[in-house]
Design a protein. Structure first.
Ligand code: HEC
Ligand code: HEC
Length: 281
């Protein structure tokens, strides 16, 4: 085991199970799309991690297998639903996403660079924020709920057309202050348990916590289809769950804090492949 951070965490971490590192396995989807699930850590985390690893490497054999073929990946049903939505007109302008953007495959290369600074708006935007901006300001349609079904389906479609491409989130220039804010949040101990994201996902990945195999908490696989709740889960829903597990008050999905945290956590996975929609337990 790597260093333990306090008595509470020590009791959460299973003492009976030996540290079980990531599996030595390769992910190729549909026998054609090679997914980079482990690679050298990007420079800005190289002082704390040698390698960055997808959560896929920490899941069981059957869960991993579900992601190797789109017919076995339950998340792909929602991608199909989003494809229909992509081509359907909505809002006062009578436009569909396709009317302006062409085929959904034209969006290949977009997922890997988000969250991203938007010049005109002067803010860092997640994909969800950008989609809602298009709906509201270009289509005259109602915003979708940040972690609601329509939105998470659409982000699954946008991820799926970029599968295999390396995550490449910019952290300098105008994004830097938001990135610093996200980094602070990542290392801040919260809640009754006084645990930070880093205490679990940096100091203890590979170890068992209760019955769960701790990963690095990467987000290259989002949205994820979870066997636990049998639906697609957005990044901010996962953040919310993890913060709650420390018995802390949490930020809401779409809040500036979670946007900053997403920018930071996403950048820790620079170099891993976009893998969404992934399958997790
Ligand atoms: C009326 C035209 C129009 C429609 C309809 C439209 N968009 Fe857009 N969209 C744009 C424009 C223009 C941009 C570039 C805006 C910018 O960079 O600020 C954009 C940007 C985007 C981006 C970011 C692309 C990038 O390279 O960063 C995404 C993702 C996106 N739209 C998704 C959608 C989705 C999903 C829909 C349907 C729900 C949609 N858009 C509907 C015009 C439209
Ligand atoms: C008490 C330990 C603990 C803390 C603290 C914690 N998490 Fe987690 N987290 C888990 C467990 C357990 C899982 C499920 C197994 C896994 O994928 O690591 C998980 C899963 C995740 C995942 C899903 C990874 C994937 O591949 O699907 C992300 C993302 C994540 N956590 C982010 C965070 C962030 C960001 C924070 C800080 C706000 C945080 N976690 C704090 C225990 C923790």
């Amino acid at each position: 085991m790597r260093k333990l951070t306090g008595a509470v965490l020590a009791t959460l971490l299973s003492s009976t199970l030996v540290s079980a590192g990531p599996v030595d396995d390769e992910l190729v989807i549909n026998d054609e799309t090679e997914i980079v699930t482990r690679t050298a850590a990007p420079a800005h985390v190289a002082d704390v991690l040698d390698e960055v690893m997808s959560g896929w490497l920490f899941r069981g054999t059957e869960t991993r297998a579900m992601e190797m073929d789109d017919f076995d990946n339950p998340g792909m049903i929602f991608v199909e639903q989003a494809e229909e939505q992509w081509n359907t007109a909505d809002g006062s302008e009578g436009k569909s996403c396709a009317d302006c953007h062409g085929a959904s495959t034209e969006m290949a290369g977009v997922r890997p660079v988000y969250p991203k600074y938007n010049e005109e708006a002067g803010e860092v935007r997640t994909l969800e924020m950008q989609v809602n901006d298009c709906r509201e300001n270009r289509m005259g349609a109602e915003k979708w709920k940040y972690t609601g079904g329509d939105m998470v389906n659409m982000t699954a479609l946008l991820a799926s057309v970029s599968r295999g491409m390396p995550v490449d989130i910019a952290i300098d220039g105008p994004a830097q202050s938001t990135w610093e804010q996200g980094k602070d949040l990542y290392y801040t101990r919260t809640g009754l348990l006084e645990l930070s994201c880093a205490n679990c996902h940096e100091d203890n990945y590979g170890n068992m916590i209760r019955a769960d195999h701790l990963s690095q908490g990467q987000i290259n696989g989002f949205p994820t289809y979870r066997l636990k709740n049998t639906k697609l889960n957005a990044v901010h829903s996962r953040f919310k769950g993890c913060v709650r597990d420390t018995r802390a008050e949490t930020f809401s999905p779409g809040s500036p804090e979670f946007v900053a945290l997403e920018l930071y956590v996403g950048s820790r996975g620079n170099g891993l492949s976009v893998e969404g929609p992934s399958v997790r337990n």
